[in-house]
Design a protein. Structure first.
Length: 542
């Protein structure tokens, strides 16, 4: 039987709550933060629907108060991954046989559960475990994941368009899941992405082994609880915690690997691609590999740019969530005519930012994720401060006494080929190159050629002709391009997200393009009146 379009209306983006003083959502979130702060759950692996507490325990801490343990999880390793693969394969036939409409209803229910009773739980878990502010958690953990779940169900129906049929036959297209299991590897920085990667594959009928980041284990735990509460059958999504390499090695060694859905570092993704390539002859089918990786995202200011808007976009784009977004503004190109006024505004904005515990709703920036991230960023800060080609514009707020606080740092560089403008730092350090107003064409080339990444970019200009020209010149430099806005904050259903070059496979999360990667279509032709003779009319004599 063919799947039919879902009887659901066009989805709308979930309304973002603002947590203003006196609002009910503010009181609810504060209460949930207090409740979760008093708990320390033993986070299980989920194998075939069973909660398994095996493997060496590790602590999940609050980055802004690293002595506070908010959860304990277990390193599953290769053995747990193999059990997850077996559980996924066992669940695969029944899940694949379930009509798309029924699978979609599970995830639509999960969306409503998250939008309602689970909203503040997932927001609070994201704040405690990942040091996101209330507003950043709201747009990530709540709104974006709700949007992914709802829009994916809608987009899946677009893939059901049937082929034409000639008289005497009926042609149909069946959206089969991939044959085997999908490995979903998810990052610490976005709860929505962590939930979407396994859910989007499962929606299309696939079974999944989900490996969340260790530092995101608390929010992953509550995300999986939402899927279970929505009625997801046992074994469809199996969760294995701990270090990524042994889990990945087990999955890549399995002949049943059908795909990898990945968000994380470029280096790790390249190692996965290399591993799949080395074992390509051992798989039952060619695995689909989808990855969203790093970025070195640019902001180009034209001499006609609105300086006030540009300053706000740079501060928000570079420093929200401490710059730990693959889309974060990390290199800016500013004309000399605008730099004095822009610099003054940037310094004023940065000095007004509050850095600290996200439970204080006045906080703009929490901490970076862990000690390793802090040490890496602090090393960059020290090198830049000692570099004669650099001028430190802002450089305060750094401390690792109680939390991993990397302050908002702006560095002017005198060389367009400086490593600060090429290498991904994944933290709150913004490089600024000031160019001569007459050298716009050279700057366009520099932006396009300096970094190996091509994820997001932004242009600020009031000159319509230049907007068109720069958009064409930078066509391959960013998969998501913003005009007079910061290069972060893609919204599901509005700006499908992804980049190319070193930034990934550009399969556009939050669109039908991504879902298409997780099906293996089958065409079925049924002939009603089959031929009964071998010859054709052309073969007869005149």
């Amino acid at each position: 039987m063919l799947d039919l379009p879902l009887p659901t209306p066009q989805p709308r983006n979930e309304t973002t709550l603002h947590y203003a003083p006196g609002s009910p959502e503010r009181a609810e979130l504060k209460a949930e933060l207090l409740r979760l702060s008093g708990e320390c759950p033993d986070v299980p692996h989920v194998i075939g629907g069973e909660h398994v507490h095996e493997g060496e325990a590790f602590d999940v801490v609050s980055p802004h108060a690293f002595r506070k343990v908010v959860a304990r999880a277990h390193a599953g390793g290769r053995g747990m991954a193999e059990r997850a693969i077996a559980a996924a394969k066992k669940a695969a036939p029944a899940w694949a046989a379930m009509p798309l409409e029924e699978r979609a209803r599970i995830f639509l229910r999960a969306a409503d559960l998250l939008a309602g009773p689970y909203r503040q739980t997932l927001n609070a878990a994201t704040m405690l475990g990942q040091s996101k502010t209330a507003y950043q958690a709201e747009i990530d953990a709540a709104c974006e994941l709700v949007d992914f779940l709802r829009f994916n169900a809608h987009y899946a129906t677009r893939l059901l368009e049937q082929p034409s049929s000639s008289p005497g036959m009926l042609n149909s297209l069946e959206l089969r899941p991939l044959e085997g299991f999908v490995l979903a590897v998810t990052p610490f920085n976005f709860t929505a992405i962590a939930g979407n990667l396994p859910a989007s594959c499962a929606l299309m009928g696939n079974v999944v082994v989900w490996k969340p980041a260790e530092t995101q284990a608390l929010a992953a735990y509550h995300t999986m609880a939402i899927f279970e509460a929505a009625g997801l059958p046992k074994g469809v999504i199996n969760v294995v915690h701990g270090e990524g390499q042994p889990v990945g090695d087990a999955c890549l060694a399995s002949p049943d690997l059908a795909g990898v859905h990945f968000t994380g570092s470029t280096r790790v993704f390249q190692s996965i691609l290399r591993g799949v390539g080395e074992k390509i002859a051992s798989y039952k089918s060619y695995p689909r590999v989808v990855g969203e990786t790093g970025g070195k995202d640019f902001v180009l200011a034209h001499p006609s740019a609105d300086v006030d808007a540009l300053a706000v976009a740079l501060v928000r784009g570079a420093f929200e969530f401490s710059g730990q977004k693959c889309s974060a503004a990390s290199r800016a190109y500013v004309p000399r005519s605008l730099w004095p006024g822009l610099r003054e505004r940037l310094v004023a904005h940065v000095r007004a930012l509050r850095i600290g515990d996200p439970a204080d709703f006045r906080t703009f920036m929490g901490a970076v994720i862990d000690a390793r991230a802090y040490a890496r960023l602090a090393g960059w800060r020290e090198r830049l401060a000692a570099d004669a080609s650099c001028t430190m514009i802002t450089n305060e707020g750094w401390s690792n006494a109680d939390g991993y606080f990397a302050g908002p740092t702006i560095v002017e560089v005198s060389r367009p080929d400086h490593p600060l403008l090429a290498e991904e730092l994944f933290g709150p350090i913004l490089g600024v190159y000031v160019y001569d107003d007459a050298k716009l064409e050279e700057v366009l080339t520099t932006i396009d050629e300096t970094s190996p990444y091509a994820l997001t970019g932004a242009l600020f200009s009031q000159d319509r002709a230049f907007v068109g020209h720069a958009t064409r010149r930078l066509r391959q430099a960013a998969g998501n391009f913003y005009i007079n806005d910061k290069p972060t904050g893609a919204v599901v259903g509005q700006q499908p997200f992804g980049g190319a070059r070193g930034s990934g496979t550009n399969d556009k999360a939050g669109s039908a393009l991504n879902l298409l990667r997780w099906v293996s279509p089958r065409t079925v032709k049924e002939t009603f009146v089959p031929a009964r003779s071998v010859g054709y009319p052309s073969m007869t004599e005149a």
